[in-house]
Write a protein that binds this ligand. Structure first.
Ligand code: UDP
Ligand code: MG
Length: 331
């Protein structure tokens, strides 16, 4: 393994992927060699129970750029990506699934786009999802709609975890103190200049999906709770609504009582249920508001990230030049 910094790190999380490995090596190896740059392939073995780790170790014999990082136990796809971000040494870092659903040939396009357009993030965006099953497509669609709202930013629709980021982004992500990060939300949220490359997603090359329903729910749940305290505040709104409704019920119950049409005991029961219910929900909601504040401060996300500083740019290129260029444009 070369010790100098590679240009490209390809991070591949793997969980029980022994079936796909032979095809993976066969396709990746010549392709990455063909790029003509120094690279490393960082396989993060997410606590596989099959022969994944052993097969990767064997393969390092005739592929020196291959590197294996093993997690102690199955920690999930996003955690494996976090490990890759920490360990990857490249100037650029690409994350890709092991199952070859995202064609590795696109890696060259991602890199070229990053260099040509001088951006820090290049998203691989699926231009066609017909290879995914119907339930997967529908749930994915719902997920992206909701996430766009929560992050409050354009998050690239149908971008999974196939993307290239620069060292600046890797450092920014590693500097985030929060746990349980969802990369496809955190990276757009950081706000680095970005571009997209469209590609057609293929079928899984071998084996079956490693994302079961419980893992999909986990991802959706982490995504919502990492960006929104709205669920905590649900009780506040229900409490206000309950209060409004129960004041109507109180008036109605009193009128019925005064008209002498009520069964004994009914009025007091209705009043108690309505009023106490509303008070309880309101108090729960208040608790939620405080928990939400604690939660937000405990995330300790940076308030901002600096994109340019003239002090760090002694020749005053980039920004000054950009302004100058703008002025000449206008002339
Ligand atoms: N994966 C992982 N840990 C897990 C589940 C999945 O590292 O607990 C990896 C898996 O090996 C694959 C990637 O995450 O490289 C995406 O998983 P998969 O292709 O099964 O998901 P799908 O494409 O069906 O959403
Ligand atoms: Mg897949």
């Amino acid at each position: 393994m070369p010790t100098s910094q590679p240009v490209l790190s390809v991070v591949v999380p793997m969980y029980d992927e022994e079936e796909v490995l032979p095809i993976f090596f066969e396709r990746m190896h010549p392709l990455l060699d063909g790029l003509g740059i120094a690279y490393e392939v960082l396989v993060v073995d997410d606590g596989s129970r099959d022969k994944t780790a052993a097969l990767v170790t064997d393969a390092t014999a005739d592929w020196p750029q291959l590197r294996l990082v093993r997690l102690l136990r199955n920690s999930g796809h996003q955690a494996a990506l976090s490990a890759g971000f920490r360990r990857g040494r490249g100037e650029y870092l690409v994350t890709i699934d092991a199952d070859l659903q995202d064609p590795p040939e696109v890696i060259a396009d991602l890199l070229a786009t990053a260099r040509d357009k001088d951006v820090d993030v290049v998203y691989g965006v699926r231009s066609d999802r017909s290879s995914d099953s119907w339930p997967k497509r529908t749930t994915a669609r719902m997920y992206y709609r909701l996430m766009c709202r929560l992050v409050g930013k354009e998050i690239p629709f149908d971008a999974g975890d196939f993307r290239l980021v620069s060292r600046r982004v890797v450092d920014a992500v590693n500097g985030l103190p929060e746990d349980g990060r969802v990369f496809r939300l955190v990276i757009p949220w950081l706000g680095f200049p970005s571009a997209e490359v469209a590609y057609v997603r293929a079928e899984r090359a071998a084996g079956v999906t490693k994302y079961n329903w419980s893992k999909m729910f986990r991802l959706a749940f982490d995504s919502v709770t990492a960006f929104s305290a709205a669920p905590l505040r649900l009780a506040t709104w229900l409490g206000l609504l309950g209060g409004l409704l129960s004041s109507g019920v109180v008036v109605a119950a009193l009128i019925i009582k005064l008209a002498g049409r009520s069964i004994p005991g009914w009025t007091s029961t209705v009043l108690a249920v309505g009023v106490i219910g509303a008070i309880q929900l309101l108090c729960l909601g208040l608790l939620g508001e405080y928990v939400a504040r604690l939660f937000q401060s405990s995330q300790r996300r940076p308030q901002f990230l600096v994109g340019y500083d003239s002090l760090e740019d002694p020749g005053h290129h980039s920004y000054a030049e950009a302004i100058e260029a703008q002025e000449t444009d206008q002339r």
